[in-house]
Design a protein around this ligand. Structure first.
Ligand code: AQP
Length: 332
């Protein structure tokens, strides 16, 4: 089976619909067809400032949400990044073959550091994509299921893998992005030209899986829509309606064409009202299951420790090869 690796940051109290539809939903599906490794990337989560107790809690909440969304520890390897030290170790080696200019071209860093100010942005935020490359290459991943926002980072990962292999001898599989076009970019409900984002969206622009369902329903009903009245899928001229149709189709399993036909002659209000109900029905069981996992943190931690052991076995083999290729002495 082809190998898959993907990660998600524990940087909020809940994942949002963009994280779910752009990434997690595909993670769940790929358990059937791929050899899957998924991690909660807590090392990434300290790049922009954090509170230690909040991070610990969010790491558990993240793992619980992933399990609640359908990850099954018997069919995938689910682990926490910091519990597998090889991630940091490989990141150092990769950072030494990354050009400073090359790293400077990463748009996510440019956007985030522009917001924070250069002096307040950490070096960790700058080298974030290199750590991400290490996450992926350690597992010899063939495919990386992510949203569209991660395409540039994936391209860097591929470049670094090829560069290392050419310079020092083959150590890494060159991974391909796995981006499902339809749900690759879920947009902000209040600004449908921007991506739905933990750090950039206003509270009313983002649907959080663990938020009060009544509040999520209200956010859908007050989503910004476009001028005109007709319900058609036109991402360029009607991005608000296109986003709602995308979410509706993904959560209900209906096609966009089917939805457009069903709402022919009806108004935006009807669409929003029905989608609000679909969202509520979707989040309710996820919330219940998440709570159940969080009720037993010792069991959750045990599950994650087993995941870290399984991940560590693969990661240490890759790191050993990498160190040997680079010219380090064999472990004492
Ligand atoms: N709006 C989105 N549409 C589709 N996919 C998305 N992803 C994030 N936002 C969208 C995908 O979610 C996965 C987890 O990403 P992450 O943990 O790196 O989260 P993120 O990118 O930090 O999420 P945000 O909300 O975008 O946070 P900020 O604002 O902090 O950057 C990834 O596969 C990502 O593509």
């Amino acid at each position: 089976r082809p190998r898959v690796l993907s990660g998600i940051q524990p940087t909020a109290d809940s994942f949002h619909l963009g994280n779910y539809l752009g990434a997690v939903r595909n993670w769940v599906a790929m358990q059937e067809t791929h050899d899957t490794f998924y991690c909660v990337v807590d090392l990434h989560a300290i790049t922009a400032g954090h509170d230690p107790e909040v991070l610990r809690q969010r790491t558990r909440v993240s793992a619980a949400q992933l399990l609640a969304a359908g990850l099954d520890p018997d069919r995938c390897t689910l682990f926490v990044q910091s519990q597998v030290p090889e991630h940091s170790q490989l990141a150092w080696v990769l950072s030494c073959i990354t050009g400073f200019g090359e790293a400077s071209r990463m748009t996510q860093f440019k956007d985030k550091s522009a917001k924070q100010g250069a002096d307040r942005s950490s070096v960790g935020l700058f080298t974030y994509p290199i750590l991400q490359a290490a996450d992926i290459l350690l597992y010899q991943a063939d495919a990386v299921p992510v949203g569209e926002d991660q395409r540039q980072h994936l391209e860097l990962t591929r470049d670094l893998a090829q560069r290392f292999n050419t310079r020092f001898g083959k150590a890494f599989t060159v991974p391909a992005p796995y981006i499902v076009k339809e749900t690759a970019k879920i947009t902000d409900l209040q600004d449908p030209t921007a991506k739905m984002s933990k750090s950039a969206s206003s509270p009313s622009g983002i649907i959080e899986l663990l938020d009060d369902p009544a509040r999520s329903a209200k956010k859908i009903r007050s989503a910004v829509t476009d001028t005109g009245r007709e319900i058609v899928f036109d991402a360029e001229h009607k991005p608000g309606i296109a986003n709602l149709l995308t979410i509706y189709a993904a959560l209900s399993g209906r096609t966009i064409d089917d939805l457009v036909a069903a709402y022919d002659g009806r108004g935006y209000g009807d669409l929003k009202k029905d989608l609000a109900e679909v969202v509520v029905e979707f989040v309710r069981p996820i919330q219940e299951r998440t709570r159940a996992y969080l009720d037993d943190p010792a069991q959750l931690d045990k599950m994650l420790a087993i995941g870290a052991d399984k991940a560590g076995a693969v990661a240490s083999a890759t790191l050993r090869t990498t160190y040997e290729r680079v010219g380090f002495l064999a472990p004492a």
